[in-house]
Ligand binder design. Structure first.
Ligand SMILES: [Zn+2]
Ligand SMILES: [Zn+2]
Length: 270
């Protein structure tokens, strides 16, 4: 696999014994993007043999603890590992003061540069570009400022080959929709994405609670994937109240059959 998502944490805010909190790694030809960094993320990376040495870009959706409490330990371990390469963290504006506080108390051994790129957009915007790859961020609807991400892999057509022999498709993409209520523009912004990760904290019976807490049900996540015309949907960020996640999977599959449950350490080709 050249372009794939590995889900490292599938729990929502409350800790669960055999699950971790939000953390996802996208691997694009060896370039890693860590998306959200809940408690225990660095241990999960170790467990599933994902090297921090190849990680230069961290995308943080929002500043709730279940998406960010793992970042401080990771920054410290990177220093212990002797990291010298700069690290880029794309995160909401207020992450700047949190990072400043962390570095002022625990930053003495950190010898590498940490660049915070603040997210403030009101509609989809490019935040980074690399060879054959672009990253966009877009606002979600949570009860604090929250952002989703799209990672787009663009293959360059080979001029020596005629059009009918080119590798198709020319573009492949992944979108990450962290904590959010579904909202009218969402599916439109995700049009043409191959694999969507979408939070699905709740089942149908708790839809009232989902909306009150600015979260989605599995069925709503599936409706977004169907409307966007995605090929595949991965759902995660499960409430600790469900012992059997097949309930959420079945409800999503009624709307969008190509749905999979996120699992700790599981990879999904994009
Ligand atoms: Zn959360
Ligand atoms: Zn949240």
């Amino acid at each position: 696999m050249n372009f794939y998502l590995t889900t490292l944490g599938t729990a929502s805010a409350r800790p669960i014994v055999d699950k971790c909190q939000s953390a996802h790694v996208v691997n694009l030809h060896g370039r890693l993007f860590l998306i959200d960094c809940g408690e225990g993320t660095q241990v999960q990376m170790k467990r599933f043999r994902i090297s921090k040495g190849h990680l230069d870009n961290i995308l943080v959706s929002h500043l709730h603890g279940d998406h960010i409490f793992g970042i401080f330990g990771m920054l410290s371990t990177m220093a212990l590992d002797g990291r010298t390469a700069p690290l880029y963290i794309y995160a909401p504006r207020d992450f700047g003061s949190i990072l400043h506080f962390f570095l002022s108390h625990f930053g003495e051994g950190i010898k590498y540069e940490i660049h915070h790129i603040p997210l403030t957009m009101k509609e989809p915007r490019e935040i980074a570009s690399f060879r054959h790859c672009r990253v966009e961020a877009f606002p979600l609807q949570h009860h604090i400022e929250c952002f989703g991400f799209k990672i787009i892999y663009e293959k360059t057509p080979r001029p020596s080959l005629p059009a009918e022999e080119q590798d198709l498709p020319v573009q492949q993409s992944f979108a990450y929709c962290s904590d959010t209520m579904v909202f009218p523009q969402e599916a439109q912004w995700l049009k043409g994405v191959d694999l969507i990760y979408h939070e699905a904290t709740f089942a149908d019976e708790h839809i009232g609670l989902a909306h009150k807490m600015y979260h989605s049900t599995a069925r709503e996540a599936a409706q977004v994937a169907a409307e966007a015309g995605a090929s595949k949907l991965v759902i995660g960020h499960f409430s600790s109240r469900y012992d059997n996640l097949n309930l959420l999977l079945d409800q999503a599959r009624e709307v969008f059959p190509a749905t999979e449950l996120a699992e700790e350490g599981k990879s999904f080709e994009i």
